[in-house]
Write a protein that binds this ligand. Sequence first.
Ligand SMILES: O=P(O)(O)OC[C@H]1O[C@](O)(CO)[C@@H](O)[C@@H]1O
Length: 529
Amino acid sequence: MTQTLWQRYQDWLYYHNGLELYLDLSRVSGLTQELLQELQPRFIRAFQDMAALESGSIANPDEQRMVGHYWLRDADLAPTPDIQRDIRESIDRVEQFAQQVHRGEIKTSHGEKFTDIVAIGIGGSALGPQFVNQAVAPAQPPLAIHFIDNTDPAGIDRLVGDLGDRLHTSLIVVTSKSGGTPEPRNGMWELQRVFRQREWLFAPQAVAVTMAGSHLDQTAQAERWLARFPMFDWVGGRTSELATVGLVPAALQGIPIRELLRGAREMDQVTRIADVKQNPAALLALAWYATGQGQGRKDMVILPYKDSLSLLSRYLQQLVMESLGKEKDLDGHVVNQGIAVYGNKGSTDQHAYVQQLREGLNNFFATFIEVLKDRKSGDWEIEPGITTGDYLSVFLQGTRQALYENGRESITITIREVTPKTVAALIALYERAVGFYASLIHINAYHQPGVEAGKKVAGEILQLQRKLLNTLREHPHGLTLDELAQKVQAPAEIETIYKILRHLEANQRGVEFIGEKHKLAGLMVRPQN
Ligand SMILES: O=P(O)(O)OC[C@H]1O[C@](O)(CO)[C@@H](O)[C@@H]1O
């Protein structure tokens, strides 16, 4: 290593003493003192925006909402006494509920202790809990967690099959901020059906985590579910890991939730400092800006060298891409912003796609996540002077160096150990970095208008499917695709119609093709007998 690189390492290394966290930006070549100078006015603005957000301004103008996830870990900062009280009460209630479940004071309606959790949710209502579960759940948790994070019947059947009778001692935690998202609702209906078939009671085992008054909340109230926990309007789904969304499953698994909150709070304190060099989140945002020239030209490849952190990239995918992937800036100009995120874990990925990273398209920057502590105890040398963990450590160093030598940029975040505190600090670091970066590029990080478009089309296709099934029933001898499209008054939708029918036919759902399936021109369809 040359002397200048060593100097650059020292110049661009941030260290957080309490959290024992290092942020090394030395291998981001585009990162210079000049760039920092140039962006200084934008950073001043970003710090002001963040201060305004934290004091309760409408930081999400498109949805006219406050953005308050930072208050969750320091209730004193919340803008009104009511909000402060709501936060404290929600945390106390989560903790008490989990303790009562663990002690067996809250039991199933048939008098048994709860053994498992089936957590139903999607997006922000799943990714944080999944990441934290994998990172820091105890080896023998008081309750083991399982997830339904999709509307895939085969996935649900598999889980139900695997659980067997343990489903009868599972808490079913349905999490949906809006309380109206179809995927978790379907998961809930699927499980309710299983309970009905087995003549078990669902409500005494069910827990809702949702906004007060939502459809889910009303259902839970009407059906007298075991418990309801509030999600606050001012917490976005992708920043809800330290809200009830993440705290309920964490506490039930025996993860110390106060430690999670403490880790996030400690990180929040330093990411409030209005000086880029003293603020790790501002530094991270600056590095992202430097790699992609503020236009997201480079993808973010997340490479944690620790199995327990392998879901970090999936978690960050939503946090970064749903926040930054925006068509328009805050003034309504088309900007098509975003940063693509992917990754799994090192050194595993070295045997998958690192080849392309080193030699192929130079359209990314890597983020190495390094954990200094190799294992809890019982280390041994596989070769004289060398452990398995040494291999992991040098593979990280080797890949970082090999990438740099070939003009590929990287960031390295180092923590001492994977603990509830450091994991929450990482979450808080990225939450804030996303907020700063959004200010730098002048976009709203807190809405997701693009997600709605696909949902709307899906709803229209379901409508069309209902129409098709009704129309087909009236034509037992069959129709061509064209005729059917005419009958449902959707000739322009013929491809969609064909795909609906193909799916129904594959599942023996009352539809039969006449003719050769691949010859679409003459293909006829009729109701199945
Ligand atoms: O918790 P909810 O309201 O079910 O939403 C789940 C996810 O759906 C989205 O609204 C859009 O995909 C995410 O932002 C959110 O995390």
